[in-house]
Write a protein that binds this ligand. Structure first.
Ligand code: NAP
Ligand code: G4F
Length: 321
């Protein structure tokens, strides 16, 4: 039975990837960091099928011990300080975990077992102030946040360890992907959570920042399959994973509110607190390499994604209220 280690298993992608790997017959080990309150809600349904081990990307000894004790064939590095806005208030922490954390893990792999296949969760945020539309694997980076800068470091150190030590190390440049399990601070989930609250009479306003930003939004459940496919290739390469479509925050708002027969103009207030010091205005990916080499394509459309998230948030609030 193949064994995979997932860092960031308590997050959105970690939970979907763990479920997917179980369906592929994997033994799944998930690294979790110590928290004062248990935060296993996303993996609650599979907790008895996976093994959770303590560790932290800030602590290389913990990474070495986990690899020595569990001997995975594949490592998926999904752990990160992943919220762009927070990266301006905690830039050093973000650089340490999201950037240097990748080196700690790659070096632990080099020391313990250089035969391990490694996946790095790179991001379309690296394209930032884009120099090419659509963005592809060869598009130069121009990050616009401490998070984006840290991800560029993680991306290049992954390539460097591949070229320096011959590791099977792959970087997936994933565009925004969402789901009912998305953290509530990200704009899509913030919108669908508020649409549900407004529909159920629990609030009457939604405060947002820049409504003009455009993103290439896909479904997280589709994207974790691409991660796995990348590690099944004989030759490690980097891939853009995206839908090839872009939509504005305003469009997301409109579709979400219209789905429950409401007009977003009646509820949304623009609040400077949610504006960013530097914005990424437009992201749209070209996933043709992933299509050609991996046979990957997204299954869930933009409208289906919005509706799925609104439905899930209404259901969640009905159950909890
Ligand atoms: P997420 O929901 O924020 O999950 C992040 C995970 O990282 C959580 O499990 C978190 O643990 C863990 N973590 C944070 N700091 C850590 C540390 N110091 N040591 C160990 N674990 C730590 O993020 P996601 O949306 O699933 O994204 C997964 C990865 O893909 C991230 O690297 C993200 O930057 C990248 N990415 C995401 C997208 C997207 O649109 N979702 C697009 C491109 C790239 P806790 O639960 O304890 O906080
Ligand atoms: O949902 P967001 O916070 O996601 P963002 O910044 O695009 O980052 C996400 O996608 C990246 C991939 O490109 C990942 F690497 C990263 O880890 C994360 O998952 O913001 C999306 C857009 C931004 O332009 C933001 O300015 O929505 C705009 N926005 C407008 N009002 C808002 C808000 N974003 C948030 N979070 N909250 C608002 O109130």
């Amino acid at each position: 039975m193949p064994k995979a280690l997932i860092t960031g298993i308590t997050g959105q992608d970690g939970s979907y990837l763990a479920e997917f790997l179980l369906t592929q017959g994997y033994e799944v080990v998930g690294m979790v960091r110590r928290t004062s309150t248990v935060n296993f809600h996303r993996i609650a349904e599979i907790q008895d099928q996976i093994e959770l081990v303590p560790g932290d990307l800030g602590d290389q000894i913990s990474l070495i011990h986990i690899l020595e004790q569990h001997r995975p064939q594949e490592v998926y590095n999904l752990a990160a300080q992943s919220f762009v806005q927070t990266s301006w208030t905690q830039p050093v922490f973000t650089g340490d975990v999201t950037g240097l954390g990748v080196t700690r893990l790659l070096d632990a792999i080099r020391i313990v077992d250089p035969g391990i296949r490694f996946y790095q969760a790179s991001s379309s945020e690296m394209f930032g102030k884009v120099v090419e539309v659509p963005q592809r694997e060869s598009t130069p980076f121009y990050p616009r946040s401490p998070y984006g800068v840290a991800k560029v470091y993680g991306h290049w150190i992954t390539i460097n360890y591949r070229e320096s030590y011959g590791l099977h190390a792959t970087s997936g440049i994933l565009f925004n992907h969402e789901s009912p399990r998305r953290g509530r601070e990200f704009v899509t989930r913030k919108i669908t959570n508020h649409v549900a609250q407004i529909k159920l009479g629990l609030t009457d306003e939604l405060r947002l920042g820049n409504l003009d930003a455009q993103r290439d939004w896909g479904f997280a459940g589709d994207y974790v399959k691409a991660m796995w496919l990348m590690l099944q290739q004989d030759e490690p390469q980097d891939y853009v994973v995206a839908t090839g479509e872009t939509h504005s925050v305003e469009e997301f708002l409109r579709v979400a509110f219209e789905y429950v027969n409401l007009d977003w103009h009646d509820y949304v207030i623009q609040d400077p607190r949610y504006m960013r010091p530097a914005e990424v205005d437009l992201l749209v990916g070209d996933p043709s390499k992933a299509g050609a080499n991996l046979g990957w394509e997204p299954a869930v459309s933009f409208t289906e994604l919005v509706k799925m998230m609104v439905d899930a948030d209404i259901e969640l609030l009905k159950v909890s209220s």
